[in-house]
Design a protein around this ligand. Structure first.
Ligand code: MEV
Length: 327
């Protein structure tokens, strides 16, 4: 038996979520919260998947479910199973046991499902002695993301795989943005988790009704993304904060913000943040707050009285193999 442990980072989207689904450029950065997966080869044709943080486990032989730890567990783990079945096909392997352990809060807009898919696929490939390219990992992980998210653009998988800070347009290879100085951001978790797929579906309904308005908003997002890239490259936090706030208000316009997210942004700004925005699918989850470096600890302390707040460091390494034991 061979065993590999791989990990992949969660992400924040600085600009362009939702509009990236329809061709706009987005900017995303890898954060220092990671999903870990340990894959062990087996020769009995069984795929066994357990998630420590979700507390569930299921096993299949082919498409046949052999056991699940509780009702519904196999359905929740099915996207990963499908991706793992794809990788076993690719390497002409037999079975795999995969154990998942993720530090990334789920349904918070931080790319937890993409990071888990990337880590699982990479671990499975490495365990079978295959050294995958980034695009091979993304191709297999998209099998899982395609089941989890409606119309996924691929931005979450791209940033989790490549790491760093990337600009991304659907269908193209991501471009790395050179951040000269690492930066810290505050992420405020407002709770009320929603499924990204559900939010993407809602936006699509709105878009179908107001196609030309949506197109104008998409053009505005292109400008916002261009400004954001300049602010990031030049370490201009004031400008970054303002640009993100503009993007937040545009996301409000398409109905993906909530009272809780808007209130969190207001409170963050009253307590010293320069600006911020929701990140990811919206409908709940996390809000990014941009804060000057010298104020970050005090703002963190103040906001922590009302919310669960994460201080995250950007950029981070993408997918990596943390350990490998061959047969
Ligand atoms: C989710 O992190 C980002 C969305 O734009 C969906 C996607 O791009 O796949 C909402």
């Amino acid at each position: 038996m061979a065993e590999a442990t791989c990990s992949a980072p969660g992400k924040v989207i600085f600009t362009g979520e939702h509009f990236v689904v329809y061709g706009a450029k987005a900017i995303a950065g890898a954060i220092n919260l990671r999903a870990y997966a340990t894959a062990t080869t087996r020769n009995d044709g069984v795929i066994s998947i357990s998630s420590e943080d979700m507390g569930i486990h299921a096993e299949w032989r082919g498409a046949e479910l052999l056991r699940e730890s509780k009702r519904g567990a196999s359905e929740r783990l099915r996207p990963i199973r499908e991706a793992v079945a794809g990788l076993i096909d690719k390497v002409k392997g037999s079975g795999l046991s995969i154990s998942i352990n993720s530090q990334i809060p789920r349904a918070s807009g931080l790319g937890s499902s993409a990071a888990v898919s990337v880590a699982c696929v990479a671990a499975g490939l490495y365990a079978y002695g295959y050294k995958p390219s980034h695009s091979e990992i993304i191709d297999l992980a998209s099998i899982a993301e395609g089941i989890i998210h409606y119309r996924a653009s691929g931005v979450d998988l791209a940033v989790s795989t490549y790491g760093g800070v990337i600009s991304y347009r659907r269908g193209s290879k991501p471009a790395m943005i050179d951040i000269k100085k690492p930066m810290s951001l505050l992420l405020i978790d407002v709770g009320t988790p929603r499924r990204t797929g559900e939010m993407v579906r809602r936006v699509n309904l709105l878009r179908e009704q107001y196609i030309s308005i949506f197109e104008k908003l998409r053009e505005a997002v292109e400008e916002i993304t261009a400004e954001c890239e300049l602010a990031l490259v030049n370490n201009r936090y004031e400008r970054l904060g303002e640009i993100l706030t503009i993007n937040h208000n545009l996301l409000r316009a398409i109905g993906v913000s909530t009272k809780e997210l808007d209130e969190a942004l207001e409170l963050a700004m009253r307590n010293g943040a320069i600006g911020g925005k929701l990140t990811g699918g919206g409908g709940g989850g996390c809000l990014i707050a941009v804060v000057n470096e010298e104020d970050i600890d005090i703002v963190y302390k103040k906001l922590s009285r009302a919310y669960n707040v994460y201080k995250v460091a950007i950029p981070q390494e993408g997918v990596r193999c943390d350990s490998l034991r061959t047969e």
